[in-house]
Ligand binder design. Structure first.
Ligand code: SF4
Ligand code: SF4
Length: 151
């Protein structure tokens, strides 16, 4: 199973990771994201709409890949935002890349992010709008009506 954005810096140990994790509310332990097939057909997009109809779900696109984002707090995140099973935490948590962690990087780098069904509908509507051919001038703007002035 491929996952991403489950990057957990050292909660123990020396260096900046320790300090950052102490300042952070355990952001990386409050969700996970799974890759999904890139939607191509109307039916595929409708399936994504179905995902987005659920609470706690968002969908984002990064480097052209689509991901399902599930907001779910890890059961082992302590009230003080530290890992309650640190010595036996899963390997995904061990494989952190601290430099790119949510708190450290501050930039998710999304190309697209849909937080609700309407977001995706708007995106699809924008895609359907016909594009003006290159070089073709924009249609003239409607003139403002002027009140005739008396002479
Ligand atoms: S998001 Fe970064 S700073 Fe926060 S707990 Fe996770 S690894 Fe530590
Ligand atoms: S097991 Fe520990 S490090 Fe992994 S997500 Fe849960 S609280 Fe975070």
């Amino acid at each position: 199973m491929r996952t991403r954005r489950k990057q957990h810096a050292r909660l123990e140990g020396n260096g900046p990771a320790k300090i950052l994790c102490r300042q952070c509310a355990g952001l990386c332990c409050r969700y996970f994201a799974l890759p999904i097939d890139t939607p191509k057909t109307r039916a595929d997009f409708d399936d994504v709409r179905w995902y987005l109809a659920h609470e706690g779900i968002s969908v984002f696109v990064e480097d052209g890949d689509w991901y399902l984002n599930i907001a779910a707090r890890c059961r082992f995140l302590d009230p003080d935002n530290r890992c309650g099973i640190y010595p036996r935490r899963p390997r995904i948590c061990r494989g952190y890349e601290h430099d790119a962690c949510d708190f450290h990087s501050g930039d998710y780098g999304y190309e697209l992010h849909f937080t609700c069904l309407e977001d995706l509908d708007d995106h699809l509507a924008r895609r359907r709008r016909p594009k003006r051919p290159r070089g073709k001038p924009a249609p003239p703007r409607p003139q403002k009506k002027r009140t005739p002035t008396r002479t």
